[in-house]
Design a protein around this ligand. Structure first.
Ligand SMILES: Cc1ncc(COP(=O)(O)O)c(C=O)c1O
Length: 463
């Protein structure tokens, strides 16, 4: 028997009525509560109650940290959404069984993994057997590449044992290191060859450029769905048509897209899709790979028969329950959350543009709003040193820079900013400001003012 602290419930209800942010509270299990078959003394479980507060877009998180430092780095990672934390809570201590065990302890865990798979499948527009849980986006990306290459080599050995076959992959020059470094490493071992297709100045890949890069031995085209720095959303359906017309598979890294723009497997015609939990409200350390039924891909992990024999290793039930809930929220709130993020992003953008003027400011990424993530503002202020500015205001605003200045050598400008050919005087002054479900108008106002003050000071004094 557990009991909820009545004072905390009351506080939450009152806060909701006044539309204020509630303070975190503790759900306290009464002394000697039976938890997971054992009597425990005074276990304190932190959480929030779905029934009393609805954490819709724009509702502040119940966390003191968010009152002192404004978080504008949602593309790096999102906070764990309160409803997600609630969903995970029982699997932290109470339900600890192995989901493969067919007894009272295993069954609730198995049911949780099943429900999470259904929820992620719904978000991607897939069948649940096409979703495999992994440990992170990097694993999903690596698996897509390694698995397709291994299957292609095996096929070639069976069909043409006399021939040496080196598979070829087409990718872009703005991919995340999880793709880029994997390709580089495999190519250095002679396991594959690859071609990087360049983007235009808005960070978009032209399907015809992909066509031109295809070779008879191309087995995979891997192009990210949207970019983490400048938010460009790629024409994946058209790129998939090119890949398929030449007998290749199509993988897309949709880490940044989930919860922001629709990603449905059939609409974009992808064979493989990377989904990353910590970019849409789930904890870090859980992700998935969508594998279209019938796709030729080898396993990367070997061992037990988990995940229908596709990825060995006992499922991380706690985190999988989290990604499932996050997927359910993302699917249910899709329109509401992206409208909220777009409104916050635009307000911030306007505030900065009004201050610095369009002459000395560039907004990176596609001009057409439908081709840019609704939450991402990559803004470059001429002659500013963004990394210095962010270090200075780091206790009040958390965001990312597009380039880092090293004391010894020259500045390290990000590969994405280089790819869109942003001049150095703008690249060094690039701020990546990414808003999210819990960003509020006050956050934008305060962060905007803080950035403006610090930038003006730096530009006028050089300090
Ligand atoms: C586009 C993209 N792909 C892949 C990843 C890697 O995800 P993880 O950190 O979970 O390995 C990230 C994370 O930043 C990302 O932004």
């Amino acid at each position: 028997m557990s009991t909820i602290n009545p004072t905390a419930s009351l506080r939450l209800a009152r806060a909701q009525a006044q539309h204020k942010t509630p303070k975190p509270f503790f759900q306290v299990f009464r002394k000697n509560t039976r938890v997971a078959g054992r009597y425990c003394r005074n276990i304190r479980v932190m959480g929030a109650q779905n029934s009393t507060v609805r954490y819709a877009p724009g509702v502040k998180l119940p966390d003191e940290e968010h009152k002192t430092c404004i978080y504008l780095d949602y593309n790096a990672t999102t906070p764990i959404f309160p409803e997600v934390a609630d969903e995970m809570q029982p699997f932290l201590m109470r339900y600890f069984g192995n989901p493969s065990s067919n007894h009272a302890f295993g069954r609730p865990c198995n049911a949780a993994v099943k429900q999470a798979r259904e929820r992620v499948a719904k978000l991607v527009g897939a069948k649940q057997e096409e979703i495999v849980f992994t440990s992170c986006g990097s694993e999903s990306d690596n698996w897509a590449i390694r698995g397709v290459v291994a299957a292609a080599v095996e096929r070639s050995k069976e069909q043409h044992p006399e021939r040496e076959f080196v598979p070829h992959i087409v990718t872009s020059n703005i991919e995340h290191p999880a793709i880029e470094a994997c390709l580089k490493s495999m190519a250095s071992q002679g396991a594959l060859a690859y071609t990087e297709v360049g983007v235009d100045k808005e960070g978009l890949i032209q399907p015809e450029a992909v066509r031109a890069a295809m070779r008879p031995e191309t087995v995979l085209v891997t192009v990210m769905h949207s970019n983490n720095e400048i938010g460009s959303v790629q024409p994946i359906a058209a790129i998939a048509d090119v890949a398929h017309s030449q007998g290749s598979l199509l993988h897309t890294d949709a880490a940044q897209s989930m919860g922001k723009v629709p990603v449905k497997a059939d609409e974009i015609n992808a064979d493989l899709i990377t989904v990353v939990g910590h970019k849409f409200g789930a904890p870090k350390g859980v992700a998935a790979l969508y594998i279209r039924h019938g796709t030729s891909i080898k396993n990367m992990f070997f061992g037990g028969g988990q995940e229908s024999g596709r990825r060995a290793g006992t499922e991380n039930v706690l985190l999988i329950a989290g990604i499932g809930k996050a997927a359910e929220i993302a699917e249910r709130e899709a329109a509401e959350t992206s409208a909220h993020m777009r409104a916050m992003r635009e307000e911030l953008s306007q505030k900065l543009l009004e201050e610095f003027g369009s002459e000395d400011v560039r907004i990176n990424g596609p001009h057409d709003a439908s081709k840019r993530l609704p939450n991402t503002l990559s803004i470059s202020i001429k002659n500013l040193i963004a990394s210095q500015l962010l270090a200075e205001i780091g206790e009040r605003v958390a965001a990312s820079a597009g380039a880092a200045c090293h004391s010894g050598g020259g500045p390290a400008i990000s590969a994405v900013l280089k790819a869109i050919q942003l001049p150095k005087e703008y690249a060094l002054g690039t701020l990546r400001l990414s808003v999210g479900r819990h960003t509020t108008r006050e956050d934008i106002d305060e962060a905007g003012t803080c950035i403006i003050e610090a930038a003006k000071k730096q530009l006028s004094t050089g300090a």
